[in-house]
Design a protein around this ligand. Structure first.
Ligand SMILES: Cc1ncc(COP(=O)(O)O)c(C=O)c1O
Length: 386
């Protein structure tokens, strides 16, 4: 078969090598502690599950949904935005429900890039930005997120020749993998920069509701001029502990929303109605469960930060997300240390290099396991000779 050349540029989210090691350890009957996967270990609240269950039991739920998402869902999204971020959105033109934010994340490239167009992508970052841009025929230019800049990009250091040619720039705060958040002044700077170079901003806020120390992250759309230059992605996956449900949304610039709905009319056949109903319930429900859940994530964050510091690792204390981003011990690459920890201590963490060149020298831990399991993982790592 003659496969598309574009496919060669796409790497798996996890390396083949690490997958093979995990499979072998499993065959050997080892009890590996999985700190790799970013999927909350809590259930979605009962009221959401009830709405979904009731919907599944209705005989008329199982047909093709309409191409057009339920207007009450779009209104629930707009109301949630108003309550959460004090941003008014037109539910008819500035809101688009998605099959998880990945749906928008992938297809947005088809709206913005012609073959050879530049997409600016942070380094490190969630790997799908790069793969999706390349599969759309785009050329990816990475820009660094460095510890000394609190993992915010130095926009002024993006060469102006590159910025002038670029069609889009990815932003992701709260950030996976670093756990960094962006302050208001950064968003203002970003909007001015995007206007000056006519570059569309795609802000991935999938982790906006997983935050610590009672400091809710801001939305890019809170700042004047934002919806003139871009859109924001949100996800119910992390916010409402329902990664498997596949529901999210894109909001903001109406031309981009319109473009994405045109692509989606061909790339999928809508969202299962009971899921749309459950999403309405989620967005309308009081955020009490999130407070409890975030407090638990915060306690786990503190446990892991303390544990890694006791081992002597340099840790970036995350302000949001359920990830801890830490330096590997001196003398190791991120790959070598994570493989050693997996092979010798049965602790699975992700090498920072999986997220880009600037992720080299780091590892990522997801605190999506209980405090007991995380403590056991820290004990195992302490015994590891480095
Ligand atoms: C930064 C980031 N964006 C988007 C996603 C995709 O989330 P969803 O489940 O909404 O497709 C993830 C998933 O891990 C992520 O880490």
């Amino acid at each position: 078969m003659k496969f598309a050349k574009m496919l060669d540029s796409v790497k798996g989210v996890m390396t083949v090598e690490m997958n093979a090691l995990l499979t072998r350890l499993k065959q050997e009957g080892r009890e590996v502690i999985n700190l790799g996967v970013g999927d909350p270990d809590f259930s979605p609240p009962e009221s959401l599950r009830r709405v979904l269950r009731d919907g599944v039991n209705r005989p008329d739920s199982h047909h093709y949904p309409s191409f057009y998402p339920l207007q009450p869902l779009k209104e629930a999204i707009a109301d949630w935005y108003q309550r959460r971020f004090r941003v008014g959105l037109d539910s008819r033109g500035e809101v688009l429900p998605l099959l998880g934010s990945t749906d928008g994340l992938f297809n947005i490239h088809l709206c913005l890039l012609d073959p050879g167009d530049i997409a600016l992508v942070p380094d490190p970052c969630y790997p799908s930005y790069e793969s999706a841009a390349r599969l759309a025929g785009g050329v990816v230019e990475r820009f660094p997120l460095l510890r000394e800049n609190d993992f915010l990009p130095a926009l002024e250091e993006i060469p102006s020749e590159t910025a002038k040619k670029a069609k889009m720039i990815w932003m992701n705060y709260p950030n996976n993998p670093t756990g960094a958040t962006a302050p208001p002044e950064f968003h203002q700077k970003l909007i001015a920069w995007a206007k000056a170079y006519d570059v569309a901003v795609v802000s991935d806020a999938a982790y906006s509701e997983v935050y610590f120390d009672n400091q809710p992250p801001v939305s890019f759309l809170e700042f004047p001029g934002a919806r003139g230059v871009g859109v924001e992605l949100h996800s119910l996956s992390k916010s409402f502990n329902c990664c498997g449900w596949r529901i999210g949304m894109m909001v903001g610039n109406r031309d981009l929303i319109d473009a994405l709905s045109r692509v989606k009319a061909h790339s999928d056949r809508g969202i299962f109605y009971p899921l749309q109903q459950a999403a309405i319930e989620a967005l309308k429900s009081p955020p009490d469960f999130m407070k409890t859940r975030n407090r638990i994530f915060q306690e786990r964050r503190d446990l892991v930060v303390r544990g890694l510091e006791e081992i002597g690792l340099e840790v970036y204390r995350p302000k949001a997300t359920f990830y801890v981003w830490a330096k590997v011990p001196p003398g190791y690459t991120s790959r070598d240390f994570c493989f050693k920890a997996l092979e010798e201590a049965n602790v699975w963490m992700l090498p920072g290099a999986n997220y880009g060149k600037c992720g080299e020298g780091y590892l990522r831990i997801a605190v999506t396991r209980s405090a007991e399991v995380l403590s056991e993982a820290m004990q195992r790592l302490k015994k590891l000779s480095t």
